[in-house]
Write a protein that binds this ligand. Structure first.
Ligand code: GDP
Ligand code: IMO
Ligand code: MG
Length: 435
């Protein structure tokens, strides 16, 4: 029997690095694809031929017929979005049946979580005399749902949707508390109706019941059977609740450190970590971004890279590559190899900057990242400048055919990170990949 050789795909920046594309490619040599964190705040794009798929909750491996896709216990599941996603895939001829399993312990995103998310953001944006203090969340209810997980008594898990009495009992309590909280945030809404919510969510439970199970045992059995498991990170390391640019982060451990709690598989089951980075940097929402280019360079990157959110459609903030940040993420995630994405976007720049250290407020120079917004905001980037390349490279499939300056750019990144770049992506399609 073959031994299980498992891989993680994780974003090393602030999200949208192209994880979906690489998960899709790596799915070919894995048997089980598992999401361990986040929720419908993620938007992972996979392009197959002329078809484009945007996946939010379902692992990006779903496009292959013979693979098992698992939504692990660490994910927060919005059943409305999930059912929508299943229906959309089915309408497009993709099978979603017993190839999709959902943890009975994954927490449920309820409508009041989304309302709370939006109301809190709204409140934070209007604190008199303090400027806009909002995070710029996706308003998918992610933070309030994870908060309920930590509060415990007010939490609803996928397994609860399978038993009306249990759900009703929980919602009786939770609705009373959440109604008061929403009112305190200035939302003028009638009290939440536990009866109506119970009816609605039991119906979702019925619909999703064939998929809901104890995925921890499923995963351990797969590992014992020598199946190859692919962990699909959502969001990204710099958005990790513990290790990202706090408080401008999401509410889960999106670095590889979240894999073990989010799936129930201990560390010995992780063997390879593919760190995904863009050839430049982007960020959606608020928070410090030392190498951001609020000028025609940033605009050019946004235009060429079509840098608009997969989930919210928001314009992404754009800038040069920040290797201080990426090296920090590679360290936290234990990256063993790098996939450098969207290199094609940089064609046509006369010169390209690489941030290799920070000027600190006290006049010193540092190569350490600062995972704390209040302090990171005080640094300015030091750049190395490399010559760019004119040629469009979106039809290159062989590393030898990349322009000399593009190769030199990749070599410098690899040298700085002390990691091999084994995948280079030059377009959204599967075929636009140099391995
Ligand atoms: P994810 O959240 O990390 O999966 O990334 P997103 O799907 O949100 O954003 C990445 C975007 O870049 C998507 O629109 C992809 O189709 C696209 N993309 C991926 N790789 C490349 C590439 O190498 N070049 C270009 N031009 N686009 C790419
Ligand atoms: P993928 O998986 C980019 C950002 C939001 C916001 C912050 C908190 O597609 O790379 P949340 O709704 O999670 O409470 O928002 O995190 N964010 C992402 N940005 N890509 C993502 O996912 C993101 N998931 C969360 O923009 O700044
Ligand atoms: Mg995305």
């Amino acid at each position: 029997m073959t031994k299980s050789q498992n891989t993680a795909v994780v974003g090393l920046q602030w999200g949208d690095e192209g994880k979906g594309k690489i998960v899709d490619i790596l799915t070919a040599k894995h048997d089980v694809i598992v999401r361990y964190n986040g929720g419908a705040n993620a938007g992972h794009t996979v392009v197959v031929g002329d078809e484009k798929y945007a996946l939010h909750l379902i692992p990006s491996g779903i496009l292959y017929e013979d693979k098992k896709c698992i939504i692990g216990n660490g994910v927060v599941v919005d059943p409305v979005k999930l059912i929508e996603e299943i229906d959309t895939l089915r309408d497009r001829g993709i099978e979603v049946g017993d190839n999709l399993l959902i943890s009975n312990r994954a927490h449920v995103v309820m409508p009041y979580h989304k309302e709370h998310d939006a109301a809190l953001e709204n409140k934070l944006s209007q604190i008199v005399g303090k400027g806009d203090q909002s995070i710029g969340t996706t308003k998918r209810g992610i933070g309030p749902c994870y908060a309920d997980k930590v509060h415990r008594a007010t939490a609803i898990r996928m397994g609860d949707l399978l038993c009306k009495e249990t759900l009703q009992k929980k919602l009786d309590v939770t609705c009373a508390i959440r109604s008061a909280e929403l009112n305190a945030l200035g939302v003028e809404t009638p009290p939440l109706d536990p009866q109506a919510l119970t009816e609605e969510f039991v119906a979702y439970g019925k619909r999703l019941a064939p998929h809901i199970t104890d995925t921890v045992y499923e995963l351990h059995e797969a590992a014992s059977d020598g199946k190859q498991i692919l962990f699909e990170g959502a969001n990204a390391c710099l958005l990790d609740i513990d290790h990202g640019t706090f408080p401008y982060v999401t509410s889960s451990n999106c670095s590889t450190l979240g894999i073990h709690s989010g799936t129930g598989l201990p560390a010995k089951h992780l063997h390879e970590v593919v760190g995904i980075m863009k050839a430049y940097s982007t960020r959606v929402g608020a928070g410090p971004f030392p190498s951001e280019q609020l000028n025609e360079i940033g605009e050019r990157i946004r235009d060429r890279g079509n840098e608009y959110g997969t989930t919210t459609g928001r314009a992404r903030r754009c800038g040069w590559i920040d290797l201080v940040a990426v090296k920090y993420s590679a360290m936290i995630c234990g990256a063993t190899t790098i996939a450098c994405m969207l290199l094609d976007v940089l064609s046509g720049f006369e010169e390209i900057n690489i941030c290799t250290s920070y000027n600190m407020p006290d006049g010193t120079v540092s190569k350490r990242f600062i995972p704390d917004a209040a302090h990171l905001v005080g640094v300015t980037p030091n750049y190395e400048t490399l010559p760019g390349w004119e040629e469009e490279i979106d039809d290159v499939t062989n590393a030898d055919d990349l322009p000399v300056n593009a190769k030199a750019y990749l070599d410098r990144i690899s040298e700085y990170l002390e990691l091999p770049i084994d995948i280079v992506s030059v377009g959204p399609k599967r075929s636009q990949t140099v391995i």
